[in-house]
Structure formats: structure tokens, C-alpha cells
Design a protein around this ligand. Sequence first.
Ligand SMILES: Nc1nc2c(ncn2[C@@H]2O[C@H](COP(=O)(O)OP(=O)(O)OP(=O)(O)O)[C@@H](O)[C@H]2O)c(=O)[nH]1
Ligand SMILES: [Mg+2]
Length: 347
Amino acid sequence: MSESSSAGSAHTVPISSIGIRRRPRLSFAVIGNPNSGKSTLFNRLTGLRQSTGNYPGVTVEKHAGTVELASGAVELIDLPGIFSLGGASSDERIAVDVLLGRIAGTPAPAGLLVVVDATHLYQGLYLLQQLLELQSPIVVALTMSDVATANGLAIDVEALQTRLGGIQVVPVTATTGQGLDALKEALDTLASAPVPRVPESWPALSESAQSLADESGQLSRMDVIQGLLHPGGPAAVELVTQVGEDRLQDTTRELFGTAPPQAEEARRRYRWAREVVHDVQSQAPLLSQFGARVVTWASRPWPATVLFFITLVLVFQAVFSWATPLMDLIDGAAGSAGLWVDRALGG
Ligand SMILES: Nc1nc2c(ncn2[C@@H]2O[C@H](COP(=O)(O)OP(=O)(O)OP(=O)(O)O)[C@@H](O)[C@H]2O)c(=O)[nH]1
Ligand SMILES: [Mg+2]
């Protein structure tokens, strides 16, 4: 019997090689506009470590998975795509409920991985402003970076980070995994990242909501914002119960005047998103866009293989056919030069 298999041998196994799944410490939500690349990114990050179920009482699927980061495992929850936090569809309500920790068995996320499509930055920034109100640490994954580059769109990531108050922005191509290492590093420090600044677009809303939340002692700032922006909705009813009708009406008048609250919100948030896009995004001239598209197309497997064989054929053709007239020309020139030298020497 070999020594290693004998009963009494001291054979140590590194704990990391034992196939026991560690219990995730924290949970982060993956949130963004529909079709922005959330699930593709989620699948890349979590691989096969995924589970699917339903949220209680609704038919919306819950997708959770575990991502291994340098400092340990973290749970990711892939939320349905939404355009804003105020919508009434079941997807939108589930997303908000998960973010606010209102779903039994799904604790409020410790941080948000906000997925923004680089080719639809304007739209992504609208939702991002609303998410900033949650005061939860955020990292932004700028997906579709490959498509943006091919279309000649350049985003100044540092300038964008500055406009977002220092939130980390990581450009990625979710389909190829490019930029994933940098994203994992950002996720690794997400839970301890500072809470984001209130949105520049409407600080008065954040401040008023915070005062009402403090007064009520029961509601979160996000609950109050939902109540202020959606009069008649369940959050507004709760807000009236907590702070009283008069207090709510005073705040509503100060914030929105006579405008419908959601129209005022759209006006302010879209104006800010437009300004940011103007400051951080540039469009390359048409000629270089065409060049970039040709390069992207030519680097795909099929075109690249075909181009390789065409180049080979051209090289053969150049050596065996096109070289003949050139060689004849050189031969002729050498013969004429020889004759000339011969004659010059008097031969
Ligand atoms: N070129 C490119 N395509 C991408 C990228 N990320 C996602 N896609 C493609 O975009 C499409 C939508 O991606 P999903 O991951 O399903 O988007 P989603 O945000 O989960 O969509 P919903 O769940 O419907 O909101 C798919 O066809 C992906 O292959 C990317 O970075 N680059
Ligand atoms: Mg999805």
C-alpha cells in the first residue's frame, strides 16, 4: 500500500480545493434598462452558479447567482429591465420592492450594479438618477462598448464619473467578457464604497424627502419620493398617514408648483441627462466611423478567414504570374545594358 493512501498518513488539502459552496456574504442587485445587457453580464459573472425561482405572489422570475470576487463570494440578483422606478407594471414594482428590501426572503441589496447601455446613455442616465436616491453604493457597467466604438461613439469615462459624483464607471463588452476583471475589482469594494451624492438634477426633491422621512421615522427617503411623485398611490397614502395632509401639500407646492409631479420630474431629469451626454459623449467623423466598422467586420471569424485565403491566393498569383512580365523587363534591360557595354568596349 502506498504511503499516501495509508490510514494514518497526514495528508492536508487546501480548503479552497474542497467543493463546498461558501455562503454569500452580501447581495448586489443588477439593474438597468430593458435590453441593456444585464442578463448577459449576470451570466458572465456568475457562470453556472445560478438559481431561478419566482418572487412570492407574482409570476416574475427571480434570477440569483454567485460571483466569486477576490475577497469572497457575493450574491447577484438579476432584476427585470425597467426604464424608471415609478412604473406600475409588475416588473417595475418587483424591481423597486427588491431594491427597498420589501420582499420576504430577499434582503435589501448592499449595493447596485447599474447596467447602462453605452449606445443609449441618455436613457440610462434617467434611471440612474432615480437610483441615486436610494443612497446605496453603486457601480456602473457601461455595456455595448464594442457597438459604441463601431458606431464612432466615444464616452469620456473619467468625465462621466466626475458628473456622477465619483461613482465608478467600468466599460465592458458583456458578450466577450472584455472589461470583466475591472468590473469584478469594482464589485469587490462596492459594499464599502461611499454612498453616492444626491442627484444634481433635483437636490430639492432629495432634501425635502429626507426631511419628511426623518419626521415620519418610519419611511425611507425613497418611499417618500414615491409618495410625492405619485399622488394617490399607496406610498402617498402612507405618507399622509405619517406626516399629515397639510405638511404633504406644502411640500408638494414647494417642489412642483402647479405642474404634475411626474411631468416636472421628467423635465428636470431629462434636462440633466442631456447636459451630461453633451459633456461626456462625442461622435467621430463619418469617415473614421466607416473605417472602424470595416475593421470590426473584418476581425470577425468568417470574414477574417476568407480575407486570409484571398491574401494567400494574391501572394501566389503575384509570385507565379504577375512576376513574369517584371522579370522579362529586368532580363531585357540587363541584355540591352550588356550589349551597350560590349559596344562601348569596341567588341
Ligand atoms: N455587442 C454587444 N451585445 C451585447 C452586449 N451585452 C449584451 N448584448 C446583447 O444584447 C442583447 C440583450 O442582452 P440581455 O443580456 O438579454 O439584456 P437584458 O438587459 O438582460 O434584457 P432584459 O432582461 O430583457 O431587460 C442580447 O442579444 C445580447 O447578446 C455587449 O456588451 N455587446
Ligand atoms: Mg435579462
